[in-house]
Design a protein around this ligand. Structure first.
Ligand SMILES: [Zn+2]
Length: 330
């Protein structure tokens, strides 16, 4: 199914969101204390400034190509921002409402199908009884996966507003941050933890992974999606890449560096792929910002069907900016 960026991120509404974000960034972060961090994947402190965007600096690690925000404002500033700011409210209400139907069809249904396939592929032996959806938001994924397989879903969602929406849909909810969950609050039985588009927001990715790992039992799975800094659109568009959106997106690992940090924290990685579909669409729309002559020409030279082949190549080479990682607690 062809997905265009316009359907899931309508330009006019998305730009309004970005304008609100720019104002919030000044409100919540211009006076925030911040501190230098080393590469969140490999720990290297040799990273160089990659791009600056609004008040934030993205660095790129020369060892593992992870892109990340450093200096990093203290967590209190992020908590204040996420709890009560005009742009997060706009995202959760206006933006989401306008795009919900398209997102359900074009993003969540295919995602539920992909997760189902992975549970069947990697979950051999003991059947998986529960989906634990970390930061489940509106619970759309959970509705969709329950529709296509025999599985129970529990949503972990700290926002009062979103948790209520999930309950109204008949979903079981733990209204907490993942970091506050105790292992005995979750039922026994084999589980597959999932989190979607959350990892890039995390203030401390290693701490998050340790929390998830400690909650898991041997044989439980963890499947998540996040942005890859080796994605062709991010690499070519630099500061003009909309995915580089502080204060939201702080960490852009890549299939190799995310595998490394997971293994360091005890997980066994089964697969790290980039099944993205939007890269070429995004590049075409932002051609004016591409400096590389080859890529500029390629986007004009290839016809629609060849561009679709190029997108498939980008995805299968691990060079799309959207990645999905499946791992297990061994
Ligand atoms: Zn690194």
């Amino acid at each position: 199914m062809k997905v265009t960026e316009e359907e899931i991120r309508p330009e006019k509404v998305f730009n309004e969101y970005l304008e609100l974000t720019a104002i919030d960034t000044v409100t919540f972060f211009s006076n925030a204390d911040s501190f230098e961090i080393s590469c969140p994947s490999c720990g290297s402190s040799d990273s160089k400034v990659w791009v600056k965007k609004s008040l934030f600096t993205y660095k790129s690690c020369p060892s593992c190509y992870t892109i990340y925000v450093s200096p990093r404002p203290v967590i209190e500033s992020f908590n204040a921002y996420y709890t009560d700011s005009p742009s997060t409210k706009f995202w959760a209400t206006t933006f989401y409402k306008i795009t919900e139907a398209a997102r359900r069809e074009k993003l969540w249904k295919p995602k539920a199908e992909m997760i189902k396939q992975r549970i069947l592929k990697f979950g051999e032996g003991v059947p998986v009884e529960y989906i634990i959806d970390i930061g489940g938001g509106y619970g759309v994924f959970d509705e969709e996966i329950k529709a296509i397989m025999d599985i129970k879903a529990i949503v972990i969602e700290p926002s009062v507003h979103l948790a209520q929406i999930c309950r109204d849909k008949g979903l079981e909810v733990l209204e907490k941050f993942m970091e506050e969950i105790l292992a005995d609050e979750l039922p026994a039985g084999r589980k597959c933890y999932v989190s979607f588009e959350l990892f890039e927001h995390l203030h401390d990715p290693a701490r998050f992974l340790q929390t998830v790992f400690n909650c898991m039992n041997k044989g439980d799975m963890f499947i998540f999606t996040t942005l890859s800094g080796m994605g062709v659109d991010i690499q070519l568009l630099g500061e003009h890449a909309k995915a580089l959106s502080p204060p939201h997106h702080l960490n852009f690992l890549n299939p190799k560096s995310v595998t490394a940090i997971l293994e360091k924290n005890g997980f066994e990685v089964l697969e790290a792929i980039t099944p993205g579909k939007l890269d070429v669409d995004i590049l075409k729309k932002n051609k004016e910002y591409i400096n590389d002559i080859f890529w500029k020409n390629v986007l004009d030279y290839l016809n629609e069907s060849e561009l679709s082949g190029l997108q498939d190549f980008i995805a299968s080479s691990g060079l799309s900016s959207h990645m999905m990682i499946s791992c297990i607690k061994p």
